[in-house]
Design a protein around this ligand. Sequence first.
Ligand SMILES: Cc1ncc(COP(=O)(O)O)c(C=O)c1O
Length: 394
Amino acid sequence: MLEFSKAASRLDQVSPSGLRAFFDLGAQLAAKGVDVISLGLGDLDLPLPKIIEKALISAIKQGCIRYTSNKGIPELRLAIAERYNDTFGLKYAWDEEVLVTVGALEGLLDIMLGLLNPGDRVLIQEPAFGYFQHQATLAGAEVEQIPLTPRFDLDVDRFAEALSQRKTRMIVINSPCNPTGSIASRSKVLKLVELARDHGCLVVSDEAYEFLRYDGKAHTCAAEACQDNVIIVNSFSKAFIMTGLRLGYVVAPAALLKPIAQIHQYNTACAAAPIQEAAAVALRDSKAMNAFIKRNLRVLNERRKTAIEHFVKIPGLTLPYKPLGAFYLFPNCKGTGLNGYDFATKVLNEAGVIVIPGDNFGSSFSDYIRISYSSAPSSRLLEAASRIKHLAGH
Ligand SMILES: Cc1ncc(COP(=O)(O)O)c(C=O)c1O
């Protein structure tokens, strides 16, 4: 019997998602009647843009329910390519250099499976969204984590040192960053891409939080340095409140996109047709979408300020930098006498608040926790901070 249930060995070094574990524990408590405040997942509680809702319903009513081209409907690919070309002065061909995926996550896995061979070396910034490491490992790659600076910027010197030591196939970066909320400085992003190019190394730049920036911070698209070795991953999840609709995309030079699209073909065939239609309508109306994003940013910024102000008042939590993007805080909790896992467990069991242990984002960050303010209005953030503050021992 045991033989039947044996998992493939490629899973030996890949642990189940720790984020989801806390999410599930929170759901169990909520089912018992506990008033759980979830600061766990990065999942906005704001409504879908009306323009997308209308286009989605209309697409379904018009019978837009069949398979699409593997790479995605032309209107959407065209709108995506045009946005990059217009906004960042790039030169992407919509038909050969854009792939629409089932969320950024599918795009990331397609990249790893399409471009990595077993034993290939992959450098990933640390801390980082844990899926990068697990997906590269699933592709058989050997992952090394390269720490960000103490204020969570890219450390180009450390990447340079690592690149000089051994042949490297791929670097993975993410700005605005999950879990830190930091934004990499423009000069460092551009320098890193050029450095990687000089070493014959690819850069995967996860820009899923591109639109979520505060205090006038600008976004740098990694391909601005050089398109040749850059693969951009982006998503409709965060900016357009579409996490459950699952739509993302990969933009890359044709020769790189080809193997990525081949994995996508065998994996999912295509993203859901009506959702692609709705996203194309939204991207074409940039005025409406910009206004929508601006409104949401106002809401998120208010939450960000509340979270920064009140969580740092909790004895033992320190936040040595100000997050300027995404919707996370990544404080150190060492001063509480507990590591991130024990702190998160205590906070969940005794205060009914879900936060995520920092070691999900890098083994060096076991004394940290990630707090997401994406799905809790300011009043709930205040309540969560106050519950944690009043826990025994704090
Ligand atoms: C950095 C990063 N990339 C990708 C994703 C997943 O995006 P999607 O919902 O488009 O799969 C997330 C989700 O939290 C993320 O934080």
